[in-house]
Design a protein around this ligand. Structure first.
Ligand SMILES: [Zn+2]
Length: 405
C-alpha cells in the first residue's frame, strides 16, 4: 500500500479523456463486454433512454445535457437520435436512442446517463422556479453547494432552464454570459457598516455593474434599506434580503413593509431581491412583493431525472427486458394540437387524430462519430424552454397543451 504522504494531491474529478474513453463506467460493463466478445454475442442493438417516472411527481421535465452527449459520442461509431436540448418531455417517453454494435457504446452507459440525469434535473428545477416566480428574476446562487468542477455545467443547465443569470465567473466565461451578483456579507462586515459598504461598492465598481446591496447584515431591514436608498439614490438598483431563518419572522410582511417605506419616499425604482433557502413554495408566497430571487441549493441540488438506458432491439428484432416496451420507437408530436404519442418506428409518421401532421421529436444528433445536428446556442435553448413553459402548469394535468416548436 502506498503511504498517504506519497499520494498525489489533486481534485477527485475525472478528465474529459477518461470520460470519453469509457473509463468512467461501472465495472460490470467492461466485464460483460469481455464475455460478449469471447462468446461472439456482440450484435447491432437499439437502446433507448427514458424515465419511468419523474421526481417529486413533476408532470413534465426539461431535457438537458444534449451538447455534452454529442461530445461524448463524437468519434463513437454509433447513431444517436434525441430530442432537441430544452425540449419538454414526459415520463415513459424516449428522449434519446442509440443504434450500433453494443460493444461500441455499452461502456458509455454510466457516463451518458450521468450527463442526462443531472442536467435534466437541474434544468427542470430551474424551469419550475422560473415558472413559480411568474416572470420575476431568478438567479442561480447554488454553485457553492456542489463540487466546483461542476459549476459551469450546473450554471449552464440552470440558465437554459430559465434562470436569468449565473453568478460564477468561470461559468460565465465558458458560457459567454456576464456574471451577475450582489455583495457578500463579508464586505459589509469588513467595512463595518452597510452604507459604508454600499458607498464604497458604488465608487469602485464600473457603471455597468448594478448596485444591488445586501441590507440584512447588522440592523433592521427596513431602516438599512432606507439608509442605503438615501445614500445611493437613483443609482441603487435593488436591495437583497438574505435574512437568516432564525431572524426571519414573516418574510412576506417584511418585504411589504420595505416596499411601502421605499415607495412613500420616492424610491419606487428600487427592486427587492430575496435569497436564502428558497424553493418553489416560498417563491410563490413572496411573489406579491419580491422582484427577484437568488435560488441556491434547490437548483444546484435538484433531484435528478431517473433515466434508464434499455436495449429494445437486437439484430433488428424487438427484444426488451420485462417491464419495458420492445422495438424502436418514434416520439411523435402533433403540430396542430400538441398531442404526443410514442409509436413503433416501423409504422412511419402517421397523422394525428385531430387531422394535424406530426413530427418525430427524436432527431439525429450524431452518426458514425460525427455530430450531424446544428447545436443551438445557450440563448436559443433558453428561449425555446421559456416558450414551452408558457403552455405548462407546475402541477399535473396539462399534457396536451399547444407546445410551440
Ligand atoms: Zn393533433
Amino acid at each position: 500500500m502506498s503511504s498517504p504522504k506519497k499520494r498525489k494531491r489533486r481534485f477527485f474529478i475525472a478528465d474529459e479523456g477518461s470520460i470519453k474513453s469509457g473509463q468512467v463506467t461501472d465495472v460490470y460493463f467492461p466485464r460483460a463486454l469481455e464475455v460478449i466478445v469471447r462468446e461472439k454475442a456482440d450484435a447491432n442493438v437499439t437502446a433507448e433512454v427514458r424515465a419511468a417516472s419523474l421526481p417529486d411527481g413533476y408532470p413534465w421535465a426539461i431535457l438537458a445535457g444534449v451538447e455534452e452527449l454529442a461530445f461524448l459520442f463524437q468519434g463513437c461509431p454509433v447513431a444517436v437520435d434525441c430530442l432537441q436540448e430544452g425540449t419538454v418531455f414526459y415520463s415513459e417517453e424516449p428522449v434519446a436512442v442509440f443504434r450500433g454494435k453494443y460493444s461500441q457504446f455499452g461502456h458509455l452507459e454510466t457516463a451518458l446517463l450521468g450527463l442526462l440525469c443531472q442536467a435534466g434535473g437541474i434544468a427542470t428545477k430551474a424551469a419550475r422556479c422560473k415558472k413559480a416566480a411568474d416572470d420575476r428574476v431568478v438567479m442561480n446562487f447554488g454553485a457553492r453547494r456542489m463540487h466546483p468542477a461542476l459549476a459551469p455545467m450546473i450554471d449552464r443547465c440552470a440558465y437554459l432552464g430559465g434562470c436569468d443569470s449565473v453568478a460564477v465567473v468561470e461559468s460565465a466565461r465558458m458560457l459567454d454570459l456576464v456574471p451577475s451578483g450582489t455583495i457578500p456579507h463579508s464586505l459589509v462586515l469588513l467595512m463595518g457598516d452597510t452604507v459604508k459598504a454600499a458607498t464604497a461598492f458604488h465608487q469602485v465598481m464600473p457603471e455597468g455593474v448594478p448596485r444591488i446591496i445586501l441590507i440584512d447584515t447588522f440592523a433592521d431591514e427596513k431602516f438599512e434599506t432606507l439608509r442605503v436608498a438615501e445614500a445611493l439614490g437613483e443609482k441603487l438598483a435593488a436591495v437583497r434580503l438574505d435574512t437568516p431563518s432564525s431572524r426571519r419572522g414573516d418574510m412576506l410582511k417584511m418585504l411589504q413593509e420595505v416596499r411601502w417605506e421605499l415607495d412613500i419616499r420616492g424610491f419606487d425604482h428600487v427592486k427587492l431581491l430575496v435569497s436564502g433557502g428558497l424553493d418553489e413554495p416560498e417563491i410563490h408566497r413572496l411573489n406579491p412583493f419580491a422582484d427577484g430571487y437568488g435560488v441556491g441549493t434547490a437548483i444546484s441540488n435538484a433531484p435528478v431525472i431517473n433515466f434508464s438506458l434499455d436495449i429494445v432491439e437486437i439484430g433488428g428484432q424487438p427484444l426488451a427486458k420485462k417491464g419495458k416496451r420492445s422495438g424502436g420507437k418514434r416520439m411523435l408530436r402533433c403540430q396542430k394540437c400538441g398531442n404526443r404519442e410514442v409509436t413503433p418506428r416501423n409504422t412511419g409518421i402517421t397523422k394525428c387524430l385531430c387531422g394535424g401532421s406530426r413530427v418525430d421529436l427524436l432527431e439525429p444528433l450524431s452518426s458514425s462519430g460525427k455530430i450531424v445536428r446544428h447545436l443551438p446556442n445557450l440563448q436559443e435553448i433558453r428561449e425555446f424552454v421559456l416558450r414551452q413553459l408558457d403552455g405548462l402548469e407546475l402541477d399535473a394535468g396539462t399534457r396536451t397543451e399547444e407546445i410551440p416548436g
